[in-house]
Design a protein around this ligand. Structure first.
Ligand SMILES: CC(C)(COP(=O)(O)OP(=O)(O)OC[C@H]1O[C@@H](n2cnc3c(N)ncnc32)[C@H](O)[C@@H]1OP(=O)(O)O)[C@@H](O)C(=O)NCCC(=O)NCCS
Length: 190
C-alpha cells in the first residue's frame, strides 16, 4: 500500500475522483496518449470510466494508480501506475503519463526514481518492468537513465487501431548495481 511519497517538486499519492478535471487536461491531449493503450479522453465521462477501471484493478489487489501532484500549487500533472503485481515473484510493472506542458523538466524521472526506491524498499519488490513503444524515445531514455535494462523486443505484441506493433521490454532488479535501488544519485542516476 502506498499512501504518500514526497520528492523535491512532487507528491505522489493514490488517485481520487477530485483529480479528474486536471487529468482530463493531461489525457485529453493526443500527443500525450499517442503511445498509450487507451484513446485520448474527450469528456468527463471518459475520465470517470478510466477511474472505474483503475478502482477495479486496485480492488483486485494487483495495482495502485498514483497521481503526481505538483508541490508548489497542488495541481495534478500526471499519473504513475504500479500494476500486474505478482506477489509470489515480487514483481510489478510501471506505467506513467505526464501532461505535455511539463515534459522535459525531469519531473517523471524524479517521480519514477522515488517510486522505484519505494518499490524496492518498503514494498519489497525485486523486479520492476515496463513495456515501451519503440518510437517513444522519451520513455525508454527515461527508463535507461534510471538503470532499467532493455531486455528484448517483443514482436507485434499489441494491436492498436488494427495495426500490430512491437514493444521494447525493460527490466530493473532491486540488486542491479547503480540507479535508484542503491540510493545513488549522480547526474545520470546510474
Ligand atoms: C515519457 C514521459 C513521461 C517523459 O517525461 P519527462 O518528465 O518529460 O522526462 P524527462 O524530462 O526526464 O526526459 C526523459 C529523457 O527523454 C529525452 N526526451 C524527451 N523528449 C524526447 C523526444 N521527443 N525524443 C527523444 N528524446 C526525448 C530527454 O532529453 C531525457 O533524456 P536525457 O536524460 O538523456 O536528456 C513524457 O514524455 C510523457 O508523459 N509522454 C506521454 C505518455 C507516455 O508516453 N508515457 C510512457 C508510456 S510507456
Amino acid at each position: 500500500m502506498i499512501e504518500r511519497i514526497a520528492t523535491p517538486r512532487l507528491v505522489l499519492r493514490p488517485v481520487a475522483a477530485g483529480d479528474l478535471p486536471d487529468l482530463l487536461e493531461v489525457n485529453g491531449d493526443p500527443e500525450v496518449t499517442r503511445f498509450l493503450p487507451y484513446a485520448t479522453w474527450r469528456s468527463p465521462d471518459d475520465a470517470a470510466a478510466w477511474l472505474e477501471r483503475m478502482d477495479t484493478l486496485a480492488a483486485a489487489g494487483d495495482a495502485r494508480q498514483l497521481v503526481l501532484v505538483r508541490a508548489a500549487d497542488a495541481r495534478v500533472v500526471g499519473t504513475l501506475l504500479l500494476f500486474r503485481h505478482d506477489a509470489g515473484s515480487a514483481r510489478a510493472e510501471v506505467g506513467y503519463v505526464l501532461g505535455r506542458r511539463h515534459w522535459g523538466q525531469g519531473l517523471m524521472r524524479e517521480a519514477l526514481q522515488a517510486a522505484c526506491l519505494h518499490a524496492f524498499g518498503a514494498l519489497g519488490l525485486r523486479r520492476l518492468e515496463a513495456e515501451v513503444h519503440p518510437g517513444n524515445a522519451a520513455s525508454w531514455r527515461l527508463l535507461e537513465r534510471l538503470g532499467f535494462v532493455h531486455e528484448g523486443t517483443l514482436r507485434q505484441r499489441w494491436v492498436a487501431q488494427g495495426a500490430p506493433y512491437d514493444t521494447r521490454l525493460y527490466g530493473r532488479l532491486a540488486g542491479d548495481r547503480g540507479g535508484p535501488a542503491d540510493g545513488h544519485e549522480d547526474a545520470r542516476c546510474r
